[in-house]
Design a protein around this ligand. Structure first.
Ligand code: FES
Length: 127
């Protein structure tokens, strides 16, 4: 079955992509956690990371928070970290194994959505 999965089934088959997503709502959660989703091959192959996040939002968890606005690599609101590097989710192709995190853990509003009303000198790197 596709969708959320427990630790015991964390391996993906070749026909699925595994997406590990940072989850945290500072208003209700005591600490951040990671949630893993399995996305079928046609839904991540030749797609952008943002499209995969839309798939997860629409099919598995409508509470997932992320930033986006223009979807054409202009506004920067979809900035996240994928497998440790900063990306624009609307620009970068999805990979079969992705760990998605906010740009700054200390600026998290919810999940992948961060407060972007700060200067670049203040930006911290997610750990
Ligand atoms: S949504 Fe604007 S840069 Fe990605």
């Amino acid at each position: 079955m596709m969708g959320k999965m427990g630790k015991e089934s964390a391996r993906s088959s070749s026909s699925e992509g595994t997406v590990e997503v940072f989850r945290f709502d500072p208003k209700v959660d005591a600490a951040p956690r990671y949630e893993t989703f399995r996305v079928p091959y046609p839904e991540w192959k030749d797609k952008k990371v943002l499209e995969v996040l839309h798939y997860i939002f629409e099919r598995f968890d409508g509470s997932l928070a992320m930033g986006e606005s223009c979807t054409v690599q202009h506004c920067g609101s979809c900035g996240i970290r994928m497998n440790g590097r900063s990306i624009l989710a609307c620009d970068v192709p999805a990979e079969g194994a992705m760990k998605l995190e906010p740009l700054s853990v200390k600026r998290v509003l919810k999940d992948l959505l961060v407060d972007q009303s700060f200067s670049s000198e203040e930006e911290e790197v997610a750990e």
